[in-house]
Ligand binder design. Sequence first.
Ligand code: NAD
Ligand code: WQD
Length: 339
Amino acid sequence: MNARVLVTGGAGYIGSHTAVVLMQAGLDVVILDNLCNSSALVLDRLERVCSRRPEFVQADARDAAALDGVFARHRIDGVIHFAGLKAVGESVAQPLRYFDNNLGSTVTLLQAMERAGVRRLVFSSSATVYGDASASPIPETAPLAVTNPYGRSKLMCEDMLRDLAQADPRWHIAILRYFNPVGAHPSGLIGESPRGTPANLMPYLVQVAGGQRESLQIFGSDYPTPDGTGVRDFIHVMDLAEGHLAALRYLERKGTGITVNLGTGRGVSVRQMLDTFQRVTGRAVAHRYADRRPGDVAVCYADAGRALQHLGWQARLGLERMCEDAWRWQAQNPAGYGG
Ligand code: NAD
Ligand code: WQD
């Protein structure tokens, strides 16, 4: 029988791409999502891409009875926990909502897993836990210091998971710290579908390219970087998705936990991203330089060595593929899943 994975938040951006990778690797997938930031349409798209449909449970990950139901109905071998809220600015304005959702869902899920005797978990953390890390590349051993409630919610979950693994060695937990996921499945059927005005670079950029927004603001041109714009570790979402399969395999194989960066290990500037996008898609993207965005750091990219050494995983897709795939998704789905 195939291994079966519960994917909370699996209708969302990273979760849906991970569901593709898992199903194509022959695993059975059960998605639990309350659809607060996603659409059930993604299930049709997953079926088109994978020629089979994941099980879907529309429920909140803070709903203990719903989780117990899933564990009772399905023999689950491991869980990937994507469900959560992720907008930094929103978290500053609504901290309690972020703590309730991100901490509440994690505690409730862990308790349900404990009751079901399922103790293999992959957790979505973020490079945001490194705060204003003074030097890149950032290794996993860098000091942790968060600068906003979203980041704090991730760090608090990480701490909780470390405490749990310490208390009971039967728990095998992979904490994955993502850098900046961008791009989409190469079919153009699955991608990022933000609600309202996108806060992140790539979704904003593709909407300008598609004519839905007038102009991209480049936040900061006076950073101490080669071209003055911010530098990030943009990683193709399909590579990121593969990292989750590698983490599950690691937990199976090693029977121990791990904390690992998922990034390319390469810094790319906002200007480089914009130039590459325009070149490979042939689309002009109106833009102008604006002030730095408060809270942004100049440079942030991963030391990706541990992932290669322990998971045998590394990012393979370059900047051009990130741009091509993001644009294909946008061009085919101008309104995302809302269209
Ligand atoms: P997303 O919003 O597209 O996906 C999250 C999914 O979780 C959505 O489908 C949403 O409906 C669901 N959800 C939220 N709260 C829920 C709850 N209480 N119960 C059930 N479902 C719930 O976001 P994403 O970009 O796919 O991010 C996935 C995870 O990765 C999040 O935990 C996020 O914090 C983390 N992460 C994202 C990024 C990024 O840049 N996208 C970077 C680092 C970490
Ligand atoms: C990237 C660069 C901006 C928009 C965020 C979260 C982080 C993680 C990933 C969840 C920066 C510049 C952006 C725009 C721009 N998420 N930019 N114009 O801030 O690195 O990371 O997403 O865990 O926690 O903070 O990503 O895409 O917002 O910005 O010039 O319209 O693009 O200033 O230099 P960021 P981003």
